[in-house]
Design a binder for this molecule. Structure first.
Ligand code: ASP
Length: 442
């Protein structure tokens, strides 16, 4: 069970998490993020240590107060003093490290990883004492001992075989004596025992790695929204929670702008056949969304819509006298050399069309470079329709076209693959999305 930053933001949120975990009567590993906002504060404090130790200490004090406040509000017995003591020790370590950064006048990615690891160390320590206070037979472990990674500080990659063996040999036996084991998300260590982190938002990844190594029956990702939605509720009021989604649908949605789980982080567990559920900490009785493998058959259906704004559609009118493929390769090389991510592309005898996020200066440079053929650039929104094989359902397709027939759509590509279709529009995006969305759930 993984709980994100807002799920452990304060005392009442943590007590709510305690209720959720104690209502599930099985052995469980609980992975926690840092309290909401604390990782950002730590990054700020670390950077400030280079200039002003006093300013950095001010932020550390805010972090310290925040955790002490949670302890005061949630722990009433003498355990309060043990918890305060442990938090005090961690805070002292952060302060000392700040002094080190100030003296060395250096903050490397390796040092920053160690520094930010305290966010999760603090949240898990406080939560551990809350569980003890409530007579839960819990243990607190240090993820630096189990999540072994390479040394890519800031974005470390797990070493699955070593993790598997450590978890099986050293972590699993601890479940004989404890029902609940608490671990920090986000952090690990390299083979030389130096702290690493898995990248921002990495706690989902931690949950997936632990779930895989423990051969868990299920992985639950608890967030502050009810599972995965059919659209961003800020854009479409009627957005619903989806019962299930495939991993490839999630990949497409996240590539085209939706704030969903990072697909790469959950892929290993999904491939091992472990179901992943996305649930809402603040509405725990809702059933949430189950993420499935791709190959499970289901009926043709539109599931979800996302939108990427401020996208540029580039239309190259190809030179009839030159080989098309060579012209396209040349354009692609130009973009790759400049690290420009292509969001989608298509071609014909006369045209090459592509979509990318581009600054005005980049667009001008492209137009100036390709003077031998005409290039048109327009900005708009790329709308991504994700579902299962919508091309197989003629009625559904007809309905979709009917919904958008009165709008000026600048590009449509249905059925790019089994789950994805794309539309591009310069205006009325919100209305278009709402109209398309009305097909979902019908
Ligand atoms: N605390 C880390 C972050 O804010 C990791 C996480 O929350 O998943 O990025």
């Amino acid at each position: 069970m993984k709980f994100g930053g807002s799920s452990v933001a304060n005392a009442s949120a943590m007590l709510n998490v305690y209720q959720i975990i104690s209502s599930q009567k099985c052995k469980k590993l609980v992975v926690l993020s840092a309290c909401k906002g604390v990782t950002d504060l730590l990054i700020e404090a670390a950077n400030l240590s280079l200039q002003s130790l006093a300013k950095s200490i001010e932020i550390i004090n805010i972090i310290s107060e925040h955790h002490k406040q949670i302890i005061e509000n949630a722990i009433k017995t003498e355990l309060r003093w043990n918890a305060m003591d442990e938090i005090g020790k961690l805070i002292r370590q952060i302060r000392e490290y700040s002094e080190g950064i100030f003296l060395l006048q250096e903050l490397t990615p390796k040092m920053l990883d160690y520094y930010v690891s305290f966010g999760e160390k603090l949240s898990t320590t406080v939560f551990y004492y809350i569980l003890l206070e409530n007579k839960i037979n819990a243990a607190l472990i240090n993820s630096e001992n189990y999540i072994i990674t390479n040394s890519k500080f800031g974005e470390a990659e797990p070493n699955y075989p070593i993790i598997q063996s450590k978890v099986q040999k050293e972590l699993k036996p601890q479940f004989d004596a404890h029902d609940t084991i608490i671990a920090q998300g986000f952090i690990g260590s390299d083979l030389e025992c130096r702290t690493t982190t898995l990248g921002r938002g990495g706690s989902d990844f931690s949950a997936s790695i632990y779930g895989l190594a423990l051969d868990a029956k299920e992985i639950q990702i608890w967030t502050d929204v009810s599972g995965i939605k059919s659209a961003d509720p800020r854009l479409v009021e009627q957005a619903i929670t989806l019962d299930e989604m495939t991993i490839d649908e999630i990949r497409e949605l996240s590539f085209y702008g939706a704030k969903v789980l990072h697909p790469d982080t959950i892929k290993p567990a999904i491939e091992a056949g472990i179901p992943i559920k996305v649930l809402n900490t603040f509405s725990p009785l809702e059933q949430g969304t189950i993420i499935k493998e791709n190959n499970q058959a289901s009926e043709p259906k539109l599931h979800s819509i996302s939108v990427l704004s401020e996208v540029t559609k580039l239309h190259f009118h190809l030179d009839a006298k030159r080989n098309n493929n060579l012209q396209i390769v040349d354009i692609l090389n130009y973009l790759i050399r400049r690290n420009i991510k292509i969001l989608s592309s298509s071609q014909s005898e006369t045209s090459f069309v592509l979509f990318a996020k581009l600054e005005n200066q980049q667009i001008n440079n492209i137009i100036a470079t390709y003077t031998d053929f005409q290039v048109e650039a327009i900005k708009g929104d790329l709308i991504c329709l994700v579902g299962n094989n919508i091309l197989l359902d003629k009625e559904l397709l007809a309905k979709l076209i009917k919904k958008i027939e009165s709008y000026q759509i600048d590009y449509i590509q249905f059925g790019i693959n089994k789950q994805l279709s794309l539309l591009f529009s310069k205006e009325n995006t919100r209305e278009i999305i709402e109209r398309i969305h009305s097909v979902i759930g019908n």
